[in-house]
Design a protein around this ligand. Structure first.
Ligand SMILES: Cc1ncc(C[n+]2csc(CCOP(=O)(O)OP(=O)(O)O)c2C)c(N)n1
Length: 335
């Protein structure tokens, strides 16, 4: 990868980190309500995998920890922030909030609240791609906890049987809310569970973006070349709590948190670029300031100054306006 691209990638990760931190502040000020699940610590997963895919061409789907995946797919940060603020200019017109970011034009297919829900949807996207015969792929990001849902098993079974073009990325951050992996399943290595369905699978360090990119390149090539699905397990850690109602500390030791903080993916990547002579410490500081400024001067004011949805539109977008069945009519025009 060219030096300029490596710098651009770091800049994107720093921006995502500052964006997320600012949402936490806005939540504390009650500008953002409802649920908010943040991503700091796991950035090398989304950025490393998606850097190897084709944004706007391939389809991407994930769970509720979705802001950063949407940004990397090309969603406008202003629209994502406005969605968190519940504003009409948000990516789901303020109706979805944090767990339901959606951006069809960039092929970011959500944003889902139910654990494991995106598994069958990803297989459906991949089935559609296969029927159309294009060279697109579907990429599904989920946590380790999702693999204890029935949808994991049903989807992997059919995806492998039908050789669907889908890449499953398991962001294994060792916890499902406050329950550690050891307390929820005897199968600690998630990639082995995928292999039991005869699926091609791998497990790598999810904190080192170069390692993630290398593994993702192999996985994406495999799926795109028509060989069937692939399961990539990335070992990672969330540095914050599960959501805003959890400090992340009651169930994890200070030692454990400290060890993972030392492997913060952004600072690991920064240090490597400095070592490679691609970046100076001053350039990094400037990069960080620019990211902060972008969030403070453009993203937040847009969200703050956007209008609330009209209360009269409460029922809009719940059902399709031009679907006669959905609107209470039966075929043939009767009521
Ligand atoms: C079907 C369903 N059951 C339970 C929940 C409550 N819940 C929300 S997040 C979560 C943990 C999921 O952990 P994991 O899949 O590892 O993802 P992470 O939050 O670590 O990214 C649970 C049980 C839910 N949202 N949906």
């Amino acid at each position: 990868m060219e030096a300029a691209d490596r710098k651009r990638l770091l800049q994107e990760m720093v921006f995502a980190r500052r964006f997320e931190e600012r949402t936490a502040e806005a939540y504390h000020h009650r500008d953002i309500g409802g649920f908010l699940h943040l991503y700091p610590g796991q950035e090398a997963c989304a950025f490393g995998v998606l850097e190897q895919a084709r944004m706007g061409h391939d389809y991407v789907i994930t769970g509720y920890r979705d802001h950063v995946h949407a940004l990397k797919c090309g969603a406008d940060p202003k629209e994502v922030m406005a969605e968190l603020y519940g504003k009409e200019t948000g990516s789901s017109r303020g109706r979805g909030g944090s767990m339901h970011i959606f951006d069809v034009k960039n092929h970011f297919m959500g944003g889902y609240a139910l654990v494991g829900e995106p598994y069958p949807l990803a297989a459906g996207l991949a089935k559609g791609i296969k029927m159309k015969g294009t060279d697109q792929i579907a990429i599904c990001f989920l946590g380790d906890g999702a693999n204890n849902q029935g949808t994991f098993h049903e989807t992997l079974n059919m995806a492998q049987l039908w050789e669907l073009p889908v890449l499953f990325v398991c962001e294994n951050n060792l916890y499902a809310i406050g329950t550690s992996l050891e307390r929820s399943t005897p199968a600690h290595d998630q990639y082995l569970r995928a292999q039991s369905y005869k699926m091609e699978a791998d497990q790598v360090d999810g904190q080192d973006i170069d390692t993630v990119m290398e593994a993702a390149e192999k996985a994406v090539d495999f799926v795109r070349s028509g060989k069937g699905p692939y399961f990539l397990e990335l070992m990672t850690y969330r540095l914050r709590g599960h959501s805003m109602s959890d400090s992340g500390r009651g169930y994890r030791s200070e030692d454990e948190i400290k060890q993972w903080m030392e492997r913060d993916p952004i600072y690991l990547f920064r240090d490597r670029l400095v070592e490679e002579g691609v970046l100076t410490a001053d350039e990094f500081e400037q990069m960080d300031k620019d990211a902060q400024q972008h969030v403070d001067d453009e993203v937040i004011p847009f969200a703050e100054n956007s209008p609330e949805p009209d209360v009269g539109d409460l029922h809009k977008y719940v059902l399709s306006d031009d679907d006669s069945c959905a609107m209470g009519q039966i075929a043939g025009g009767g009521k």
